[in-house]
Design a protein around this ligand. Sequence first.
Ligand code: HEC
Length: 116
Amino acid sequence: MGVLKTTVLLLTVLLGSGCAWLFRETEPGPGGRFADYPEEQRSAAALTQARCTRCHEFDRVFEAMSFAGDRADIEFLVEEMADRKGSGISQRDEKQIVDFLDYYRLREQAGPSKVR
Ligand code: HEC
């Protein structure tokens, strides 16, 4: 293989991975955190991020997830937040947010890569 060909190949690979990295960074969730989640959960993650960062950091939500024992705990939390003045969280949002957070909880509890 000629030097030029090798250089072009190398550049293509480098640019390719650079793009993949950039793309990951723009996925819903901090740093492409949910990049390997199913499509439905990824859009719910984006909604959750949009709704739950109005008043505080997104990480605050996930810090609490380790204390969530079941879905009802999450429902309670999301409802409490939605009920806050000016939360901008509709009942429809609530359902999607609870679905996503409960999915997140189950995945975390199962350990990485067990629940798909
Ligand atoms: C209208 C503002 C607002 C929105 C929107 C909001 N929160 Fe909060 N959240 C707060 C405030 C204020 C606190 C701090 C409460 C306290 O310390 O007494 C808080 C605290 C929390 C806590 C810490 C535990 C607790 O109960 O104090 C968690 C977890 C949390 N929010 C999750 C969420 C989630 C999930 C969403 C999206 C569904 C959300 N928040 C949206 C205002 C909001």
